[in-house]
Each structure stands twice: as C-alpha cells, then as structure tokens.
Design a binder for this molecule. Sequence first.
Ligand code: SF4
Length: 505
Amino acid sequence: MPSACDSLIEDIEDMVSSTDPTPNERQSARKSIVPRSRKKNESLINEELQADSLIPGTQKIWMKTWGCSHNNSDGEYMAGQLAASGYKMTDDPTDADLWVLNSCTVKNPAEDHFRNSINRKETKTFSAYTVQQIDRVVEVVDEAVKGHSVRLLGQKKDGGRRLGGARLDLPKIRKNPLIEIISINTGCLNACTYCKTKHARGDLASYPIEELVERARQSFQEGVCEIWLTSEDTGAYGRDIGTDLPTLLWRLVEEIPEGAMLRLGMTNPPYILEHLEEMAKILNHPRVYAFLHVPVQSASDSVLMDMKREYCIDDFKKVVDFLKERVPGVTIATDLICGFPGETEEDFQETINMVKLYRFPSLFINQFYPRPGTPAAKMEQVPAHVKKQRTKELSQLFHSYNPYDHKVGERQHVLVTEESFDAQYYVSHNKFYEQVLVPKRAEFKGKMIEVDIYEAGKHFLKGRPVEESKPFTPSIAAPLRKGEVSGLMQVNTHTNTCTPAYRYI
Ligand code: SF4
C-alpha cells in the first residue's frame, strides 16, 4: 500500500539542487553531532531572532505573471495558495522578501521580460517549477525561504496517466475580482512544429464538466460578473473524457445570472468545425459574447502543412463564413505568424489577401522566432530582414482600416469590468466583446449599462451613458476585495499544506 507521501518521494530529486547534500550525506553528518547544552547569550538570542525571520509563511511576496490568460489563471492560483498559507502578497517589488515570477517560454517577449526580471533581482537562490506543479508553489517558496534551491520539473501522473493542471478548487486571488478565468483543459491534441507550449502543457487533459460548473457557480457567489474560458485549444475540450465543448457550454450558460457574461477562449479550426451549428447557437445566447478567437497563423496551405496545423485555409474560411452568417455581428479574432520557415512571397500574399477579405477587427501579428528544441527551429529560416518587412507590411495593412466607424450612433448594452490603462475611463464590452470606454463612475463597476456610441477608434468605442437607463446589477453577490482569496474555505492550513515537504529536509 503506497504511503501518503509516495507521490512526493517520486520526485524528491527535484526538490534539491545538485550542490545540496544528499540524504545519505545528511544522515551521516547527523551521526557525528553530539548534542550539548549551550549557555543562552546575546549572540544566541540574535541567532534565534534571525531564525524566526526565516519561518516560511511570514514573508512578503511580489508576484509577476506574463503570458496568455491560461498563464494568468495559473498565476491567480499561485497567489491564492501563497496568501492562504500566510504569505503577504505585495504590489511593490522593492518591498518584497521574495519574488515569484510566472512566465511562459512560448513567446520571446514574455521570456525576455522574465530573464530581465531575474537579472534585476540579486538572488541568493533560484528555484524553478513547471506548470504541472502549480499546486506545490507553497512547498517551493517555503524551501526558497530556507535558502534551498528547488527544481520541480517533472510531470504529474496518476496511475500512469498524465494529469492536467491544478485542481480547480484551490484558493486563488483574481487579478480582477470581477473576472473569473477558468482553464477548461490543459494541453492539446496537436504537435505544431513551432510550438513550445506543447512541451510545457503536454497532451489534452480536460477537467470534468461538474468541476467546471461548480467553479463557475462559486465565482458568481463571489461577485464575479464575467467568466473567461481558456486553454490551448478550447475546441478540443472533452475529447479525452468522452464529452465536447458545446455540452460544457450549455451547462455553463445555465449558471450565468442575468447581467453577467461568458467569454469563450481560443479554439483552433479543426475540432470546432464539427460543432459549428451548436457553436452558432451558443454565441447567439444573450449571456455569451459573440466573440471567438480562431488563430489561423497563415493563409497558405503549404505553410500550414509545414506548421502541422492539421487544417487547410478552406477549413478556417468555413468556420469564419459560417459564424458570420449565423451570428450577426460576430467578432472573429485571429493570429498570424510572419516569416515561418519556407514561407514564400506568394504564401505571404495569400495571407495579405485573406486579411483584406475579412478585415479582422482584432489581429495578433507575430514575427516568426524559432523556439529552441522545436522542429521549426531546424528548418531553413526566412532571412531576418524579410521577416521584418512582412511583419511591417501586415501591420500597416491592419492599421489601414477602422472596423468600428459604422457603430457610431448605436445604442448598446455593455458590461463594465475594469479601468482603462490611462485611468481616465472604465472599460466595458458590448455583446461582440468590442471594447467600449465609458465615464468612470463608481456605480458602473461590475454593472450592465446602456450607452450611446459617440466615437470610434482603431481598438475601441466610446459610449455615453443613457441618462434615463439605470445600471443593471447582475443577480450576484458583492465582489471580493482586490487581493482577497477566493475559495479559502477549502484550503488546508499552512502547517498541513507544508507537512509533506518537511519530511524530506
Ligand atoms: S495547438 Fe499547436 S500551437 Fe497550440 S498548444 Fe497545441 S501544439 Fe501548440
């Protein structure tokens, strides 16, 4: 019968760095220790005081997250577990005893920020662990507090089956108390040749529908008014556990109170193709944003084949055309990679023509950057100046049209969820998840309000509140305070959480 700590013992080698003593060395060192009484003097008192300051769970932590909404969701869970264990989270990096940096290696900018931050901090110890281990953040930080380097780089398994991400009922601190980010699955079914995410997240592992519904229910009870679903490929959700995305979505919409909204996450074209009819119905639901992020990456079939994207451009067009026809006004956002290995001028022109055809209101343009260890890094590269030129040309095309001009004069309902970057406005979104800036009035936060659109920019609309219309409060509780831990009732105490880790020290 395996003991309760077998799973931890399995990767004990991950808990210490190569320079730390081995368990055998520790044991034999202990044998040579002769206990003796010491006279309490001033230096000992100082020593004890110092030791007190190293009690894990009493320090201030600054945490920074880069990357996609899945990474942000991981970051929220990490912050929640640390706070629930007694650590104090601070917004000021200079005030912190420890930094927890949560980055992804998928995109160069995120990784660069991460490296720069590490270089800025004079570290005595450096610990690392993977997305598979975010429920062990407290152990890692406890060890770091004691000056130990920790590496938790293995994969989590249960009876040989790889497990997905963290448990959904772990405590978390929402970056925005009004928005709950739920990762519905981790990993995907593809093996795109440029991708690093797959190395970190692995194969598809979906959360059961009941757990996801419960998470949504709990967030509405905690005053959330907007839910974002996220994953590497939401379209593939459920294929590993015998269900599918529409089944999950129909269950979730039953839980959404009036005045609250659900935003769907990124989906690749292949799996969503099978569910287009149902997806159109769901996107037309009044409490679901008519918004879908479908990354196409290139409009050239030969490039898509080299990327191993598992669809051709006609598949993507079928998804877009179908949804545009069945969901009036739907917003389709997409991603494009410029200068993938082997991309010819003709391939690139196909991409340009597709952007001219669809005039995507939201477009993420990435210059190709080879990620070490990926098949694409070994392919013959497009010269840097060509990649740069194509990225520039595509960006210019994107900035040459204004997708929102025709909306000026419309009356819309919008849900207000946050403050704008310049702190001048509140940010809200209309049914099509278009960003609408509204006046910063406290009574609007977390409410559905009615506005008249009076101005349109490249990425936003501006709305004037309709005076005779009252803000609509979703039938949900008051939101948690910023920094307050969600789901705290279900967490172990600090001592319990940490007990297994101490067994190995
Ligand atoms: S779908 Fe492709 S790009 Fe996305 S995570 Fe999977 S392998 Fe990576």
